[in-house]
Design a protein around this ligand. Sequence first.
Ligand SMILES: [Zn+2]
Length: 344
Amino acid sequence: MRIIFLKESTFMHKPFYHHPENPRRVLEVKSSLVSEGIAVEEESIQRVDKREALKLARRIHSPEYIDYLLNLSHRAPIDIDEDTYMSRDTMDLALSFFYLAYKYALESRRVFLIGRPPGHHAGIAGATPGVSSTGFCILNNAAVAVYGFRDAGYKKIMVLDFDAHHGNGTMEIFYRDKILQVDFHQDPDTLYPHTGYPDELGEGDGYGYKVNIVLPRYTGDDLFAELVDMVENLVVKYSPEAIVVSAGFDAFENDGLADLSLTEFSYYKLGLLVEKVNVPTVIVLEGGYGIGLKRGSIAFTKAFYTHQLEYPPLTQTPRSAYRNTVETVKRVLEKASRRVLESG
Ligand SMILES: [Zn+2]
């Protein structure tokens, strides 16, 4: 696993008022990994062909959305919507992170790309139907990595999204496709973007390939571990040829924007799940706004270097929500297994 850091993320796409999605985030991830002795390589937007990147953006998103962003960018600094800002250099940085996610997938690499802005809420035409905003996201970096793997010839591609918020943009883009998408997120009744219910199973060819795992508020390491084991069962049987990971660290206890209570134990377990499948993998940074950026990113990344660490489970899920959650996830996984394992 190579850790790649997009260095311009530390000063481009800067909010013009107080905003949780800001350059400090990537610096915290980087300095945390470096302090643990993990090697971090630098990438630069200088190495990105912006015209190629724009062409790619028009494959994943509607051309109208891309034109809208480019036009808006002339009027920056400006708000795209109630959650998402744009500065003068936002498009340059967004297109670069997006393009690198594609390039590393096309080259069949195993990388963790640390950059900004995040992407998993960006749907085909921006905010998905019924959702108020693109939630700090501009272009969908995870989706374009899937395209990279497809263009490289892979058929069985899986997306794992463990950001606290549902990856509604990515889900919309592949809702009718045989891309196995497993998305862990806080109960949509209680958190933006209020999508990602268990009965959202995909449509057409994609039916059964969308696995929404709803975590009750204050989910801790105990329940999360049980759910990851259940998912691992499906993943091992499916045996994907390539994996894209939307890595958000905002489900960490007291990270700030969500109400989940995961700790190192859970993130290390997620890392091990990805590591053990051992296929080309592109991991892109999504959310994470506080303590999760430090402690979550270290635990997750360490799984790619050693399988021997023993983080203790620190947090417990309220009993009232525990059994129902396991039963619901079991039902969703049964449906998914039937479709995914039979149709290959
Ligand atoms: Zn999030």
